[in-house]
Structure formats: C-alpha cells, structure tokens
Design a binder for this molecule. Structure first.
Ligand code: OSB
Ligand code: MG
Length: 367
C-alpha cells in the first residue's frame, strides 16, 4: 500500500456539557483528524491531545506542528505493508506520542480496509462486544453528581468513574456510595495528590472502589508504588504510561494493580498491543481509556478493547455522551453495559465528509 496523500484538519467541536477535572473545565475539543489516502481508500486517525498541556505536555498546537513540520512530509509517498513501518523515518523524534499515534492509527485503518478486514480482527481482537463504563466530571454538589450517576446507571454503563481532587473527594465518594451501594465505582484524580496525602487517600478504602486512577504525579512511579503498598484499593496508572518501558517499570516497581491504556497516548496500536501482551502475561488487568474522542477515535478504542486482555470496562461511552451529533455513522451506542465492535472494513464507521468540511477551521494537505 502506498500512502499517496494526507489531509490534516482541525475541527473544533463543542461538548454537550462542560467536562471538569482536577485541571479545570473543558467546553470544547479542538479535534485534529487525519485522512490518509491510498489505492482509492481512506484511513482515519484522530489526535487525542487537549488544547492545553495539563494532561500531558502535548497540545493540539504542538501536535499540528509535529505533524505538519516533521511527520507527514516524511510519511506521505511511502510504500507500507505494516502500520508501524510507516513511521520508521521519524523514529528519531522524542516524545510527541499523541501526534505520532494519529498517523500510526490511520495507517492501521488504511491497511485493514485494503485487506477487507475489521481493525479489531487486524489487531487480533476476539470480542464482538466490549464492556463499557462512563467517566463523570466534577459537579458543584453531591446531589447534582448523584443525578448524573443515576442517569449513567439507567443508560446501562457497567462502571461509573468519578473525577476527584483534594477537597472534593471523601465527602463526594461517601455521598455517592451511600446512594448507590451496589454500583461499580472508581475514582480518577488526574495527578492531583502527593504522597503526603497518603493517609487521606487511605480513607478511600472504605468506599469499595474498583480502582483509584492516577492519584500522584505523571512521572512518580516510586510514589505510586509506596502508595499502593499502603492502600487496599487498586491503584490504576493512566498519565504515567506512555510506552512499553513505562509499563515494565510500573510492573517491576509494583506501582499499580491496573492500567488504563489509551492508544492515542502511547503512540498507537502497535505499542498498545505490546503493552497489552506484557501486562496480560503478568496478569495485570487493563482497560481502554478515552480522551473525549469523536467517533473516529472511539472506533479505534473499541477495536483495541476487543483484545482479550482488556478485562475491565473501558471509558468508551456512547457518541451521545459528549456530542449532540457525532461525525461518524453509525454513531456508537451502549446496550446493557456493552458496545458492539464494528465488523466492517477498518474502523467500520463512515465519516460524514460534508459535515466535516463545514466544521473544518484549518487544513493541511500533502503533497
Ligand atoms: O483521565 O481518563 C482521563 C478525558 C480527557 C482526558 C483525560 C481523561 C478523560 C476522561 C474521560 O476521564 C474519558 C472519555 O470518556 O473519553
Ligand atoms: Mg484518567
């Protein structure tokens, strides 16, 4: 397959409701969508970077810079049979895994379509449906959060994740656990605590959480190991895991008991599969996280989550969770806590090209 052409678009989309985490409130996602063309087919990738460098150091703008100034000019025109080989000319680039993943994942889609197989099958996925959960942002009161939890459970989500931060943690979780004694709940701190908060975090053990996600700094593997020793609640790493080496380090140091794997954060599906294989062999449960993706990124996540090592519900909610209208059809829906894995060629959904043109604010094409 020759990658004949690349088109990168910026598509700003308003969220249905603001999403608040320990970093602040997000109203809009500046989505970067990549189309790779070859042999009359299209492969699609979505950059997961946020508009500010709070989740990781990458942003929409750094990804645009990397893709347009370094990556796409090197990738277009290449003849590829394996997705990861497409990025060999830029393997000298340090970091910027979200930018690189955009291309790597689009190549996987393109190659799967050329072979007429679903991306799930191409990646080695075996499930036809995957268990899914939902991530709820911080709310101004426990009552308002309880309403959102109630709605999420009514929609059938298999697990509800609650964002926490210092000062909005113990009371919130106590209130929600009291109202929903049997729900599968987890908490995500997005790096908001330090090891000095260990005794406060120990109190979370009372709430029977499925896990506590990324309580400490993104680069604090040792701190997470110390904290995990102290807690009964499993610690899950998200921001910390950007590579196979990070995953090995977390295993070696026992920094966590669960991993949230996001293909868009680790450089794409190739690295995701290697992390999946490493952690599955070590009996470490993994699940597929999300980054407020449109249907393009969501389709990639569902395909990856169909691998058997993804044993816990992913943050792969319905298209309607974030978007009044998704840019793909069919939209993703949740049924009894699961989502169907598309079985058409590649990512298995179609992007609405006309709508995309209407929404695009910036475009770059190669050649
Ligand atoms: O920490 O998992 C996170 C969204 C954006 C950035 C980071 C995170 C999240 C979520 C929501 O929790 C995941 C989703 O539903 O897409
Ligand atoms: Mg997280």
């Amino acid at each position: 397959m020759r990658i004949e052409r690349a088109i990168l678009r910026e598509v700003p989309l308003e969220l249905k409701e603001p999403f608040e985490t320990s970093h602040g409130r997000v109203h809009q996602k500046r989505v970067l969508l990549l189309t790779l063309l070859g042999e009359g087919l299209e492969g699609w990738g979505e950059c997961v970077a946020a508009s500010d460098p709070s989740y990781t150091s990458e942003t929409t703008e750094t990804a645009w810079h990397l893709l347009t100034d370094f990556v796409l000019p090197q990738v277009v025109g290449r003849e590829v049979t394996r997705a990861e080989a497409a990025l060999e000319p830029v393997d000298w680039i340090r970091g910027h895994r979200m930018a690189l993943a955009t291309v790597e994942m689009a190549v996987w889609d393109l190659i799967a379509r050329a072979e007429g197989v679903s991306l799930s099958r191409k990646l080695g996925g075996e499930r036809s449906v995957v268990p899914v959960g939902v991530s709820l942002g911080l709310r101004s009161s426990v009552d308002l959060l309880a309403e959102a939890v109630q709605a999420a459970l009514a929609e059938g989500y298999a697990r509800v994740k609650l964002k926490i931060e210092p000062g909005r943690d113990l009371d919130v979780l106590a209130g929600i656990r009291e109202r929903f004694p049997d729900a599968t709940l987890s908490a995500d701190a997005n790096c908001a605590y330090t090891l000095g908060d260990a005794s406060r975090l120990k109190e979370l053990d009372a709430f029977d959480l499925q896990m506590l996600e990324q309580p400490l700094a993104y680069d604090d593997f040792l701190g997470h190991a110390r904290l995990q020793e102290h807690l009964r609640t499993p610690v899950c790493l998200d921001e910390s895991i950007t590579s196979v080496r990070d995953a090995s380090l977390a295993l070696e140091l026992a920094s966590c008991r669960v991993v949230n794997l996001k293909p868009g954060r680790v450089g794409g599906h190739g690295t995701s599969r290697r992390i999946h294989d490493l952690l599955s062999a070590a009996d470490m449960p993994i699940w597929c996280g999300g980054m407020l993706e449109t249907g393009v990124g969501r389709a990639h996540n569902v395909a990856l989550a169909s691998l058997l090592g993804f044993t816990l519900p992913g943050d792969i909610s319905a298209s309607r969770r974030y978007w009044a209208r998704d840019i793909v059809s069919p939209e993703f829906v949740v049924d009894c806590g699961t989502m169907r894995v598309p079985d058409g060629p590649g990512i298995g959904v179609e992007v609405d090209a006309e709508r995309l043109d209407a929404l695009t604010t910036r475009i770059a094409s190669y050649p």
